[in-house]
Write a protein that binds this ligand. Sequence first.
Ligand code: GLA
Length: 733
Amino acid sequence: MAISVENGVFHLETANTLYQMKVDPFGVLIHLWYGPKTDYTMDYLLDYPDVGFSGNIHEAGGRRSYSLDTLPVEYPAGGGSEGDFRVPAVSAAYTDGSGVLSLRFREYSIQKGKYAIPGLPAVYAGEEEAETLEITLLDAASKTEVHLLYGVLFQKDIITRSVFVKNCGDAPVVLQRAHSLCLNLPYGDWEWMHFYGRHAMERQAERTALVHGIQESSSSRGGSSHQQNPSVLLCEKGCTETSGFCIGAALVYSGGFQTQIELDQLDQARLVMGINPHTFCWTLGPGESFHAPEAILCCSNQGMGELSRCFHRVIRENLCRGRYQLSKRPILINNWEATYFDFDEKKIERIARQASQLGIDMMVLDDGWFGKRDSDTSGLGDWVVNENKLRGGLDRLIEKINGMGMKFGIWLEPECVSEDSDLYRAHPEWVIRVPNRNPVRSRSQLVLDLSNQEVIQYLYHAVGKILRDHHIEYVKWDMNRSICDWYSAALPAERQREMPHRYVLGLYSLLERLTGEFPHILFEGCCGGGGRFDAGMLYYFPQIWCSDNTDAHDRTLIQYGTSFFYPISAVGSHVSAVPNHQTGRVTSLKTRAAVAMAGSFGYELDLNKLTEEEKEEVSQQVQAYKGYQGLIHSGRYYRLSNPRKDPMAAWAFVSENQREALVQGVLFQAAANTLPRRIRLQGIDPEGSYRVKQDGRVYTGRALLCGGLILPRQEGDDTSFTFYLEQISSCEK
Ligand code: GLA
C-alpha cells in the first residue's frame, strides 16, 4: 500500500520517498515530512515555541506556544485567518466582507488509481500504478470545504497534488487564492532554482540561496510565459547533479501562475504554487466547487539529475498522450526561417523536394499561407488558403509533397486575430478588450476571448474544418503575445476576474476536442518559441517549439534549463542557417545538428542554398538521428556540465539497460596552449566495458565514470563532440 493511516498520521510512500502529515489534537492538518524514507513517524521534529506576536487559535486556550504562525500547516489560509502570517495557500471572502477560513480535519478516503480533474490536464495512472488520498478540511462557520488530493505513483517516486474547494453554505464565497500546493520545510539550508528568461532566451536556470521574506517567480501574462516557468527546485546547500537532497515541483497549468517561497522568522521555508492570485478571483455559488490545477512533486536524495529523470518519466509516460506520446517523431523541415512571409507554392515545393532527397520526413508550412497574410500586421484569423500565394490551393501542394514521400504539416495561431482580417470585421466583440478603452496591440495583433463559449465553438469549427478537409499530419499551434487588459463581453462585472482562468479552461476544452478528434495529427505547441512550455501544454501536445532562438550556442543554455523538468522528446529543436538570424553567430553545421538532436529534430532553412558537401552532411545527420532517436527520447538523460558556469555544455543519453550511450556537447571558447578538456560520464555500468564507435577505443565503465572521456582539441569556438558508446561482452574485450 502506497498510502496508509495510523493514529492520525498519513504516510504516503513511494519507492524511495515518504510524505507524512498528521491531524493534531485541534484538528489542524500538520505537515511532518517530505524526503527520503525514514521508517519512522517524524512528528518528533515538531516544536512549539512561544514566539512573541504569534497568536494562538481559540481552541488552544491558554497554550501560548501553539501557534499556526510557527507550525508547518499543510494547507494554510490567508486573508488574516487565525494568525498564520506567512504566504497562504488559500484565501476567501464572504458576503459580510470577512475572510477567515478555520480549516479543520473532517474526513479522508483512499482510492485505487489516480484522481482526474474536471476540465484540467493531470497525470493519469492505472489502478495498479497509483493510489489517491483525499483529505477533507472544513471551515465550519462558512461551511466551506477544502478537499486536498494526493496522487501517489509508487514506482515513479512521484506525488501529485491538487485541491478543490466546495461551497457547502447557502451564500456565495469568493475565492481569492486557491493554490495547488503548499509544502513546509521547517529545517534545512535551502537554495532555490527557477527558470527566468525572455523571448528567444527562455528558461535560464538561476540558483540562489533563500533570503528571509518572500521570493517569487510568477507570470501574469495569461500564459506561463518566456519570463518565468511554472517549475521550481529547492536544493539543500551542496546538492549537485549526482548527490544531495532536492525537491522539485511543476505546475500542470498554462496560464498565469505563482510560485512563492517564504523563509520565515524561525528560518523555516514554505513553498506555495498555483494560479497567480494577482489575476484571479472566483465566485463559488452555493453547492459549487472550484478545482485548482495539479502540481507534480518529486524529491531525490541523489541530486538534481535523478530528480529530472523522474520528472521526464512521469511527464512522458503519465502526462503526454496520443499516438506520438512514445513513438518516433518525424524529422521535419520548416520554411519559417527559410522564407518568412515571402513564398509561393514553387518555393515550398523546392524546399520540400530537396528535403525529401536528404531523407527528411515532413514539410511544415509555417505562417503566411492564409488570408491576407504578407506580414504580421494582417490576416490572422482568416484560416482560408491564400491562392495568390499558393496557386492551386492546399490540396494540390499537399498532394505534391505527399508524392515526394513526405508528410505535410501546417502552422496555425487560432487564439489571436489581426484587426485587418475578415474575422475581426465580422466579430469585433470577440476580442479581449475593455469597453470604452483601446486595446493594447502586441505583434500588431489582438487576442480572442477564449472564455467565451461562442468563440470556442467558432474556433473548433474553423480549425476542425482545415484539419478535416486537408491531409494534414502535423499542426504547429502558435500563440504570439501576452494577454493584458482582461475583459470579456460574455461575463458579468462580478465575474471579470475569473476570466484569465476561464481563458485557459476554454483553451484546454478546445485542445481536448481537437486532439481527440484528430488522433493521427502530431501537435507541436508554440508561443513565440517557448513562451508556453509547461506541463499543462504537454498533456495535449507531446512536443513544444523550445525557442525562437535557433543559435546553437544559446540553445545549449535554453535546453539546459528546459531539461530540469521536461523530457527531451518534448523539446522541438531545429538546425537553421548561419549567420544565425537571432544572434548573427556562425557555428558549424555539425555543432548545430549536435545541439538540435537533443530534442525532436528538424531543419529550418532553405536546403537548396547548401553546398553539395553540406547536403551530404545533412543526409548523414538525418540518418544518424533516425538511428539515435530511440535512445535520445527513451534513454535516461544526464547533464554532464553546467553551461552557465562551465566552458562547455555536455549531456548524455544512456539506455535503460546501460548497453548504449550517446554523449554530446559543445565546447564554447577556444583557447591557446591548454590541455584538452575531459568529461566524466554518468549513468553507465561501472562493471561494464564500452567501445566508442568514433575511434574504436575500449574503456571500462569505471574509467569513464571516474577519469572521463578526453574531448577533441578545439579548433575555433563552439565546436561540438559526439561519442556513441556500446557495451561489449567480456569475450570481446
Ligand atoms: C512564432 C513562432 C515562429 C514562427 C512565427 C511565425 O514566432 O515561434 O516559429 O512560427 O511565429 O509568425
